[in-house]
Design a binder for this molecule. Structure first.
Ligand SMILES: Cc1cc2nc3c(=O)[nH]c(=O)nc-3n(C[C@H](O)[C@H](O)[C@H](O)COP(=O)(O)O)c2cc1C
Length: 228
C-alpha cells in the first residue's frame, strides 16, 4: 500500500513491546510459609478482575499455582529505589539459565533486600508490602498460557486471572469526601516503560469520560466497602 505524504511513521521491529505499564510487587507465600515478593509490570484490571503476566519460570508463578492467592502491591514513585533493589533477583533456585545470562541471582528474602515490611493479608494468605500505598488481596481464578496456539511458544508466558477480594489504600490518596474513591492527583504510580522508571505528569485536560459517575461502574464484588 502507498504511504500518504502526512504519514511520518517508520516501521520498526521492536524486540519487546514494552510501551509502559504500572509496576506491581506481587506478594506470595513460599512453600515454607515465608513471604515472597516479585516486581512485574504486565497488568491490567477490568471490574474486580486483574490479569497479570508472568514468565513460566518465575518463582511467583510456582507459588501462585500452589497457594492460589497473592497481594498486588502497587508502589508509588517513592518506592522506586526499593523496586530497583530487587530487580534481577529470583526466588527460583537454581536460577533459570536464560536469567543467569541476564545477570539474575537467587534471593530468598526479597522483602528484606527491598527494605519493605511484610504483613499478612486479611482475606488471603499472602503478604502485603506495608510501604506500598495500594495493596490488593486477590485469589487466583484461572491460569492461561499466552501463545497457546503456537506449539513452540506455548507455556513460556502465563497470564493469571485474579479476583480482587480486599483493597487497602493509604489515607493520603483517598479522594476527600469519598469513602471508596482514589484521588488521581495524589496517586503517583510507578510506571515502567522500556525498562526505565517513570512517574505520571500532571492532569492533561478534563476528561469527558469522567462525566460518568464512578459508582455506575460498580459490579458485584467480594471487596468489603469502607464506611469511613
Ligand atoms: C519493574 C519490573 C517489571 C517486571 N515485569 C515483569 C513482568 O511483567 N512479568 C515477568 O514475568 N517478569 C517481570 N519482571 C522480571 C521479574 O521480576 C523476574 O521474572 C523475577 O524472576 C520474578 O521473581 P520470582 O522469580 O522471584 O518470582 C520485571 C522486573 C522489574 C524490575
Amino acid at each position: 500500500m502507498q504511504q500518504t505524504t502526512d504519514d511520518h511513521s517508520v516501521e520498526i521491529s521492536p524486540a519487546i513491546l514494552y510501551f509502559g505499564t504500572p509496576v506491581v510487587l506481587v506478594g506470595t507465600r513460599n512453600e515454607d510459609g515465608s513471604p515472597h515478593l516479585a516486581p512485574i509490570s504486565s497488568v491490567f484490571w477490568l471490574g474486580h478482575r486483574a490479569v497479570i503476566g508472568l514468565g513460566g519460570n518465575t518463582h511467583t508463578l510456582a507459588n501462585l499455582r500452589r497457594e492460589r492467592a497473592c497481594v498486588l502491591n502497587l508502589p508509588s514513585v517513592e518506592q522506586a529505589d526499593a523496586v530497583d533493589r530487587i530487580a534481577r533477583t529470583t526466588g527460583a533456585s537454581p536460577v533459570p539459565e536464560r536469567k543467569v545470562g541476564w545477570g539474575y541471582r537467587h534471593e530468598r528474602d526479597k522483602f528484606g533486600l527491598a527494605g519493605l515490611t511484610p504483613a499478612p493479608g486479611r482475606s488471603v494468605d499472602a503478604p502485603r508490602a506495608l510501604e506500598c500505598p495500594v495493596q490488593m488481596e486477590a485469589e487466583v481464578a484461572a491460569f492461561h498460557s499466552l501463545a497457546a496456539d503456537d506449539p513452540e511458544r506455548r507455556g513460556h508466558v502465563w497470564t493469571v486471572e485474579l479476583e480482587v477480594v480486599r483493597v487497602h489504600v493509604a489515607e493520603e490518596i483517598r479522594l476527600p469526601g469519598h469513602a471508596n474513591r482514589i484521588d488521581p492527583d495524589r496517586w503517583r504510580p510507578l510506571i515502567m516503560s522500556f525498562q526505565q522508571f517513570y512517574g505520571l505528569g500532571p492532569q492533561v485536560r478534563p476528561s469527558r469520560l469522567a462525566g460518568i459517575e464512578e459508582e455506575l461502574y460498580r459490579t458485584p464484588s467480594r471487596v468489603p466497602s469502607s464506611v469511613g
